[in-house]
Design a protein around this ligand. Structure first.
Ligand SMILES: [Zn+2]
Length: 110
Protein backbone atom coordinates (compact mmCIF):
# COMPACT_ATOMS: atom_id res chain seq x y z
CA UNK A 1 0.00 0.00 0.00
CA UNK A 2 1.21 3.49 -0.65
CA UNK A 3 0.05 7.03 -0.10
CA UNK A 4 -1.00 8.49 -3.40
CA UNK A 5 0.17 11.94 -2.38
CA UNK A 6 3.46 12.46 -0.61
CA UNK A 7 2.42 15.16 1.79
CA UNK A 8 -0.68 16.55 3.33
CA UNK A 9 -1.15 19.91 1.73
CA UNK A 10 -3.65 22.65 2.30
CA UNK A 11 -6.20 23.07 -0.40
CA UNK A 12 -8.94 25.61 -0.86
CA UNK A 13 -12.18 23.69 -0.57
CA UNK A 14 -14.57 24.06 -3.50
CA UNK A 15 -17.52 23.26 -1.21
CA UNK A 16 -17.12 25.82 1.59
CA UNK A 17 -14.28 28.08 0.40
CA UNK A 18 -12.12 27.43 3.49
CA UNK A 19 -8.70 25.80 3.57
CA UNK A 20 -8.50 22.16 4.60
CA UNK A 21 -5.73 19.62 4.74
CA UNK A 22 -6.07 17.49 1.66
CA UNK A 23 -6.69 13.88 2.57
CA UNK A 24 -4.44 11.31 0.93
CA UNK A 25 -5.94 8.60 -1.26
CA UNK A 26 -5.15 5.08 -0.13
CA UNK A 27 -4.31 2.78 -2.98
CA UNK A 28 -2.79 -0.61 -3.70
CA UNK A 29 -0.38 -1.01 -6.60
CA UNK A 30 -1.72 -4.44 -7.47
CA UNK A 31 -4.30 -6.98 -6.33
CA UNK A 32 -3.17 -9.16 -3.40
CA UNK A 33 -3.34 -12.23 -5.68
CA UNK A 34 -0.65 -10.61 -7.83
CA UNK A 35 1.54 -9.38 -4.98
CA UNK A 36 1.56 -12.92 -3.51
CA UNK A 37 3.19 -14.27 -6.69
CA UNK A 38 6.95 -14.85 -6.75
CA UNK A 39 9.14 -12.62 -8.87
CA UNK A 40 9.31 -15.26 -11.60
CA UNK A 41 5.58 -15.95 -11.50
CA UNK A 42 4.90 -12.23 -11.91
CA UNK A 43 7.02 -12.26 -15.08
CA UNK A 44 5.67 -15.54 -16.42
CA UNK A 45 1.95 -15.48 -15.65
CA UNK A 46 1.20 -11.95 -14.45
CA UNK A 47 0.22 -8.88 -16.44
CA UNK A 48 -0.04 -5.66 -14.46
CA UNK A 49 -1.13 -2.27 -15.79
CA UNK A 50 -2.24 0.78 -13.82
CA UNK A 51 -5.93 -0.18 -13.87
CA UNK A 52 -5.90 -3.78 -15.10
CA UNK A 53 -4.31 -7.01 -13.94
CA UNK A 54 -4.42 -10.56 -15.27
CA UNK A 55 -2.94 -13.73 -13.84
CA UNK A 56 -2.69 -16.59 -16.34
CA UNK A 57 -2.81 -19.86 -14.41
CA UNK A 58 -2.72 -23.17 -16.29
CA UNK A 59 -6.42 -23.85 -15.85
CA UNK A 60 -7.86 -20.34 -15.55
CA UNK A 61 -7.18 -16.64 -16.02
CA UNK A 62 -7.96 -14.34 -13.10
CA UNK A 63 -8.82 -10.77 -14.10
CA UNK A 64 -8.89 -7.68 -11.91
CA UNK A 65 -9.67 -4.00 -12.33
CA UNK A 66 -8.76 -1.08 -10.10
CA UNK A 67 -11.68 0.99 -8.90
CA UNK A 68 -12.18 4.04 -6.69
CA UNK A 69 -14.26 3.85 -3.56
CA UNK A 70 -15.33 7.21 -2.13
CA UNK A 71 -16.35 7.20 1.50
CA UNK A 72 -18.22 10.26 2.71
CA UNK A 73 -17.04 11.66 6.05
CA UNK A 74 -19.74 12.89 8.44
CA UNK A 75 -19.78 16.68 8.88
CA UNK A 76 -16.97 17.19 6.40
CA UNK A 77 -16.82 18.47 2.84
CA UNK A 78 -14.34 15.83 1.89
CA UNK A 79 -14.47 12.12 1.36
CA UNK A 80 -11.87 9.42 1.81
CA UNK A 81 -10.77 7.77 -1.39
CA UNK A 82 -9.60 4.21 -1.70
CA UNK A 83 -8.10 2.60 -4.78
CA UNK A 84 -9.28 -1.00 -4.64
CA UNK A 85 -8.82 -4.02 -6.88
CA UNK A 86 -11.79 -6.23 -7.63
CA UNK A 87 -11.92 -9.44 -9.63
CA UNK A 88 -14.27 -9.66 -12.59
CA UNK A 89 -15.54 -12.47 -14.77
CA UNK A 90 -14.02 -12.74 -18.22
CA UNK A 91 -17.18 -11.27 -19.77
CA UNK A 92 -17.38 -8.28 -17.39
CA UNK A 93 -13.64 -7.64 -17.67
CA UNK A 94 -13.86 -7.49 -21.47
CA UNK A 95 -16.89 -5.23 -21.31
CA UNK A 96 -15.17 -2.90 -18.83
CA UNK A 97 -11.93 -2.82 -20.79
CA UNK A 98 -13.55 -2.12 -24.14
CA UNK A 99 -15.61 0.72 -22.64
CA UNK A 100 -12.81 2.08 -20.44
CA UNK A 101 -12.78 5.50 -22.14
CA UNK A 102 -16.52 5.70 -22.68
CA UNK A 103 -18.03 8.03 -20.03
CA UNK A 104 -21.58 7.08 -21.09
CA UNK A 105 -21.13 3.40 -20.34
CA UNK A 106 -22.82 2.78 -16.99
CA UNK A 107 -23.07 -0.80 -15.77
CA UNK A 108 -23.20 -2.92 -12.65
CA UNK A 109 -21.03 -5.99 -12.38
CA UNK A 110 -21.33 -8.61 -9.70
ZN1 LIG B 1 -14.83 22.61 2.95
Amino acid sequence: MFWNKNKFKKIKCSECGKSHLELPALAFKSPANYSFLSKNEKLEIGELEIDFCEIHYEDQIDKFIRVNLNQKINDSCESLQYGLWVSLSDKSFSDYKSNYNNPNHIVQYF
